[in-house]
Ligand binder design. Structure first.
Ligand code: LUZ
Ligand code: MOS
Length: 763
């Protein structure tokens, strides 16, 4: 076993960290406000489904400070922002489909004046029926996209041969992204009928494309610049485009800078969230508890427009058997159209929703059979050579390694005994534990999106400027990019500056998403650096009249020839090369090899690799109150060869706690009229420091298997979120320890209210 350290400076702390702590990092609302800026407020629907009978904003437009009120009629080209499917207007026309849907934009000289004008707008609706439940939508044949079906083997014949067959349902609720920085953008009119937009987006090119379409201009007339984000979590993969487009529209028409920053309650009301799912499962096992067959039907709550839901649906299917090999699978998924804000990407992108259902199915089977859930889980973990329902054959798997190391390192036997002893000696407190294995596919499921570019300039003083398509959103990707360039050139990190993400420097970017940002952009960056290295090597050979066999490298900015230090530095060589008119800039490109997928047969090899891990969770439930505490979560995680321990452990801890929040306390509530009731931080509870497990250990598996990750440092953005699923099952087990006849459902989140009901129901 080799060390996890594959890079000398695997605890390098990037420049953002100091600026964050000092409060110096600039977000959209920190940009200096330009003279003459128009401030935008959105007039949104306060009804979930209705015809607009009339709308009158003549009085509002006379209101003090108002520059103009925009309706869909003021859009120069298409009133269309749908990315995958063109089914979403920027501004509602004669119907509204969700509570919070933008109808008009008020542009005024100040935010207060815009707000005042909002109150003077008069609208009359004719209400239409509201659907909030995906199963109801499915019955009425309201679908956002074509349904999908993944199939392996034959479930019909294999269920007939199974000794045990169990059926049930499992539901997961949505999740509010709650990025610290709300949605926002600031646009400036520029020469030649163009616009420049500063946007808080994970997808600069998506913003650029959407604006070009709405304004009817070329993408070359739209420049998008992204300094950094105060969090994204998927909420700004697609939905930042709407707000950026609003500012571009106002700037383009009024020829004035235009700015929008959503207030927290506007953001919560108007934007989509993690897709809730309702699912039916059927699981079949043989006498040795090997899972032989699995059937699952997913009803995805997509909201009022497709947004990214069709792609999320697909990732749910890709993850419907989580970390297990099941030879016969039929998995069907429907994207259902409801009158909620269009639901969207959220860390895990449908994967967690699929994984929850198989975990529920296994747990249900185990409880019926009276065995430990972990016994069934362990027997069915994937191995090299196994096939997933979508045709990818597994290699370099770490499922069993993570599972076994977690069991040993964290002493599962001791946990079991402790929990049993505690439960037999305590009446009103009960403990529960669970094991949660994960297996997450790395790559955009859409093969075409797995490409990236980087632009590198070595300036004549030897300092380096790097631009990539990666968006820094707190995940530390800029730090990793600096490490990649420093390693490639053999110079210290402080010589390298990461520029903002800008569509004129790096074009046609995929969003920073799918846990793939460091892999894709890092490899493009390596490619650019290699080109410059090649130029420099040739120049050095020429200049020093070296023979072909001389090895040339820089180590800590000193030139080494044949592994021996010289008197020359990186700076000397760059100056000389510049004087000899050498090209010191390069554009790098990367497209993930190997991957492919054929949607017509639902088979292929969509993922560059998978990330594995196992979490062991221990909780205590207060059986008089229904409250609970997470005592410990211990994780054995497959990080590959981590290139930055601080960042990767941080991602694991953050993802885990966000997953626990989704599974336990974060409860999105819409009423039957489609109005969001959990509409502020007072009514929507997210994990705070007190909700973090009292003991939390992240251990990285030490292996050095080959993979397509950047510097073999595996993707870490999304996978850890799914460890949080373990908290659901641990809490549920504690409830069963108190009331073995509890009918508590597989319905997340498992809030204290649900726990209390589950503790005292009798079936
Ligand atoms: N976005 C996307 C994603 O467009 N495709 C994906 O496969 C994906 N996966 C995770 C997160 N965002
Ligand atoms: Mo994402 S859910 O990787 O934007």
């Amino acid at each position: 076993m080799s060390s996890t350290k594959n890079i000398e400076n695997s605890s390098f702390i990037g420049p953002d960290f100091y600026n964050h702590v000092a409060g110096k990092s600039m977000y959209i609302d920190d940009l200096p406000v330009a003279e003459g800026t128009a401030f935008i407020k959105i007039f949104d629907a306060h009804i979930a489904h209705a015809k607009i009978k009339s709308i009158d904003f003549t009085e509002a437009e006379q209101s003090k400070g108002v520059l103009k009120i925009f309706s869909y009629r003021d859009i120069p080209n298409q009133n269309q922002i749908g990315g995958i499917i063109p089914d979403e207007p920027l501004l509602a026309e004669d119907e509204v489909h969700f509570w919070g849907q933008p109808i008009l934009l008020v542009a005024a000289e100040s935010e207060d004046e815009a707000e005042e004008a909002l109150q003077k707008i008069k609208i009359e609706y004719e209400p239409l029926p509201v659907i909030t439940n995906p199963r109801v939508a499915f019955q009425k044949n309201k679908l956002l996209s074509t349904s999908r079906k993944f199939k392996l083997g034959n479930t019909d014949t294999s269920f007939a041969n199974c000794k045990y067959v169990f059926e049930g349902t499992a539901d997961t609720n949505g999740q509010e992204h709650l990025y610290l920085e709300t949605q926002g953008a600031y646009a400036f009119p520029t020469e030649h009928n163009s616009v420049k937009i500063f946007s808080s987006t994970q997808g600069p090119t998506a913003v650029q494309r959407t604006i070009a379409r709405v304004l009817g201009v070329g993408m070359n007339q739209v420049e998008v610049d992204v300094p950094r984000l105060g969090g994204g979590f998927g909420g700004k993969e697609d939905q930042a485009s709407a707000y950026a487009t609003m500012t571009a529209l106002v700037a383009y028409v009024l020829k004035k800078p235009a700015k929008i920053i959503l207030h927290r309650m506007e953001d919560m009301r108007m934007t989509g969230k993690r897709n809730p799912y309702s699912s039916d499962f059927k699981i079949g096992l043989d006498e040795n508890f090997k899972i032989k067959a699995y059937e699952v039907t997913f009803y995805q709550n997509g909201g009022a427009a497709a947004d990214l839901s069709p792609a999320i649906l697909e990732r749910t299917l890709f993850h419907c058997t989580n970390s297990y090999f099941i030879p016969n699978v039929t998995a069907i998924a429907h994207s259902c159209k409801t009158n909620l804000p269009p639901n969207t990407a959220f860390r895990g992108f449908g994967g967690p929703q699929g994984m929850f259902v198989i975990e529920a199915a296994i747990d249900f089977a185990a409880k019926q059979l009276g065995v430990d859930t972990s016994a069934i889980q362990e027997k069915n973990l994937v191995k090299d050579g196994d096939e997933f329902s979508y045709g990818q054959i597994l290699k370099e798997t770490e499922a069993t390694e993570c599972w076994q190391e977690a069991k040993q390192k964290f002493n599962l036997e001791e946990i079991k005994q402790r929990v049993e002893a505690f439960n037999s000696s305590n009446k009103f407190y009960k403990k529960g534990y669970s094991l949660m294995p994960i297996c997450f596919g790395i790559s955009f499921t859409k093969t075409m999106m797995n490409q990236a570019r980087a632009l590198v300039h070595v300036y004549s003083d030897g300092s380096v400027g790097v631009s990539t398509g990666a968006v820094e959103m707190g995940q530390g990707v800029n730090t990793k990019m600096i490490q990649v360039a420093a390693k490639c050139f053999g110079i210290p990190e402080h010589k390298i500056k990461l520029e903002t993400t800008n569509t004129t420097r790096v074009a046609n970017t995929s969003p920073s998403a799918a846990s793939s940002t460091a892999d894709l952009n890092g490899k493009a960056l390596q490619n650019a650096c290699q080109q410059i290295n090649e130029t420099l090597n040739n120049f050095i050979k020429e200049e020093f009249k070296l023979d072909e066999l001389t090895t040339i490298s820089f180590q800590n900015e000193i030139l080494f020839l044949n592994e021996k230090a010289t008197e020359f530095t990186w700076k000397n060589i760059i100056e000389k090369a510049f004087f000899k008119r050498k090209n010191l800039s390069a554009k790098g490109h990367y497209a993930t090899p190997i991957i492919h997928y054929d949607k017509t047969i639902e088979k292929g090899h969509p993922f560059a690799y998978h990330v594995y891990g196992t979490a062991i969770t221990e909780v205590t439930v207060d059986c008089l109150r229904g409250t609970y505490e997470i005592d410990a979560v211990n994780v054995m995680h497959d990080a590959g060869a981590s290139m930055n321990l601080a960042i990767d452990i941080g991602q694991c801890e953050g993802g885990l706690v966000q997953g626990i929040g989704w599974m336990t306390m974060e409860e999105i509530v819409y009423n039957e009229q489609g109005k969001l009731l959990s509409n502020a931080l007072s009514t929507y509870k997210i994990p705070d420091i007190y909700a973090v497990p009292k003991e939390l250990k992240i251990e990285f598996l030490h292996t050095a298997k080959d993979n397509l990750a950047i510097l073999k440092s595996k993707a870490v953005g999304e996978p850890p979120l799914m460890y949080g699923i373990g908290a659901f099952f641990a809490i549920r087990n504690a409830v069963l320890a108190f009331n073995p006849n509890s009918t508590i459902k597989y319905c997340a989140p498992i809030t204290p209210e649900k726990v209390l009901m589950g503790l005292y129901n009798k079936s």
